[in-house]
Ligand binder design. Structure first.
Ligand SMILES: Nc1ncnc2c1ncn2[C@@H]1O[C@H](COP(=O)(O)OP(=O)(O)OP(=O)(O)O)[C@@H](O)[C@H]1O
Length: 448
């Protein structure tokens, strides 16, 4: 993203727009112009800004009404108002409305630059309207997310365990990082594990470590993730998938703040903040006895619920633009933009896969758009592909995919040693070889 502060300049006097643009660009601002309040509101949907500089008197919607809208939609975005000489009553009204400052025309160059610099610095510490200073990587303009980030800031000051709930792709890992960043252990490591993606029999050693020779495949000592996260945060994603026997062990670790690596006789003290997340309904899992109630209360001292993207539609355009900027920065290209029709399609979509799905769609359309402007047709095609990709697959195909992933996970754990992998999977070696062959897996890639 650009390091220049971004100004949205609004005036229906085109010659003044030109003059101020030159002045601001000469002072290292990135300027976008709008010759009406309506155009300004449309720019605000497409892009992020650090400050809005607007004229008071305009034809359709005047500067005060525009400021009112901005305050409702982007409460942290400062507005600086330009007024004609003599219109002080309006200007006073403007200050009362919480407008950052007013400048009297003809605009004094030094006062202009000075005021804008203060606005950018003081309001949002240089963050754009979609972001909050302390969580600059969480892009949002939604009131419910601001509320959530405020809760993150508050729990950050404590050392309580936090459970994040939310559908897949809503940003649970990002929020867990935000908890870590705002905590007293932010200088320590942030270590994440997806409890659902590791075979149950290996999860214990992944978490607590093991001693060489403590089980088949344990060819070296292994430092577990709790030790890796010492004096930092351990993020247990998909905690609802943790097997019951391990839930008991985890509960003990949380109570006693000590771990016992597999095969070790001694316990090791640990100082780790645990943040966990799930897309499952844990109270329902407690009712059907697949999740322990005592562990639930230990983990869920504070619950942070991430809303689905469809519950914060005001974030769609902002996130879409944010992802375009990320791609541009990564590929060192100019930023592509959505046509109005294309944005309309994004705004009307339901996003069952949430932000991750939006990110995929933006990646696709940016890659396939020949010009700077992304068309509605391209968005429609990408959404159709996503729909096809997310339609349920046949049971046989699902089994095949699971089996393949299982084999890969087990082989990874034992650095590609087929004999050990076969033992872990409780299969004889030749059966295991047949499975590897069936799935066309290259074992070599797992050996160190
Ligand atoms: N508010 C946000 N601002 C910017 N990027 C976001 C935001 N929320 C999510 N993302 C991005 O969307 C992607 C998905 O987010 P993340 O992995 O945190 O979701 P998740 O809920 O943990 O997903 P899953 O349940 O599939 O593990 C990531 O690339 C993340 O960086």
């Amino acid at each position: 993203m650009s390091s220049k502060a971004r100004v949205l300049l609004v005036d229906d006097d085109v010659s003044l727009l030109k003059l101020l643009t030159i002045r601001l660009m000469a002072n290292n601002y990135e300027v976008t112009t709008a010759n009406s309040a309506l155009q300004a509101l449309s720019e605000l949907q497409q892009q992020t800004f650090d400050v809005v500089l607007t004229d008071l008197r305009m034809d359709d919607i005047d500067g005060l009404q525009l400021a009112e809208q901005i305050q409702q939609l982007y409460p942290s975005l400062p507005v600086v108002m330009m007024t004609a000489h003599g219109s002080i009553p309006d200007a006073v009204r403007a200050t009362k409305q919480g407008i950052f400052a007013f400048l009297t025309k003809p605009i004094d160059k030094d006062e202009l630059i000075d005021t804008l610099a203060k606005a950018v610095r003081l309001h949002g510490q240089g963050q754009s309207q979609g972001q909050q200073a302390s969580h600059s990587y969480i892009v949002t303009r939604s009131a419910s997310m601001y509320h959530l980030l405020e809760q993150v800031r508050m729990v950050g000051a404590t050392d309580v365990n936090v459970l994040i709930s939310g559908a897949s792709g809503t940003g649970k890992e990002l929020l867990a990082r935000a908890v870590h960043e705002s905590s007293a252990v932010s200088g320590g490591p942030f270590v994440a594990i997806n409890c659902g993606a590791v075979p149950a029999e290996l999860l214990e050693s992944q978490l607590f470590g093991h001693k060489k020779g403590s089980f088949t495949g344990a060819t070296t000592d292994h430092v577990g993730l709790f030790s890796e996260a010492q004096n930092g945060t351990l993020f247990l994603d998909e905690i609802g998938d943790m097997p019951l026997n391990l839930q008991v062990k985890l509960l003990r670790v949380l109570q006693e703040k000590k771990i016992r690596p597999v095969g070790h006789s001694e316990e090791i003290p640990v100082n780790v903040r645990v943040v966990s997340a799930t897309h499952k309904d844990l109270p329902a899992a407690i009712r059907d006895n697949s999740f322990r109630e005592d562990l639930y209360y230990r983990l869920n001292v504070v619950n942070l619920r991430l809303p689905a993207l469809s519950e914060r539609r005001e974030d769609i355009s902002l996130l879409a633009h944010h992802f375009c900027e990320q791609i541009a920065a990564r590929q060192q290209q100019g930023v592509k933009r959505f046509s109005d029709d294309a944005m309309d399609l994004l705004l009307r979509h339901d996003w069952p896969g949430n932000i991750r799905q939006l990110q995929n769609v933006v990646e696709q359309v940016v890659a396939l758009s020949p010009g700077v402007l992304i068309s509605a047709q391209q968005v429609a095609m990408a959404l159709q592909c996503e729909l096809e990709a997310s339609s349920p697959i046949a049971l046989n195909e699902a089994k095949r995919q699971f089996e393949r992933q299982y084999l890969i996970n087990v082989l990874k754990m034992v650095d590609g040693n087929v004999a050990q992998a076969a033992k872990l999977a409780k299969r004889n070696r030749s059966d295991f070889y047949k499975l590897i062959k069936k799935h066309d897996i290259d074992v070599e890639q797992f050996s160190r």
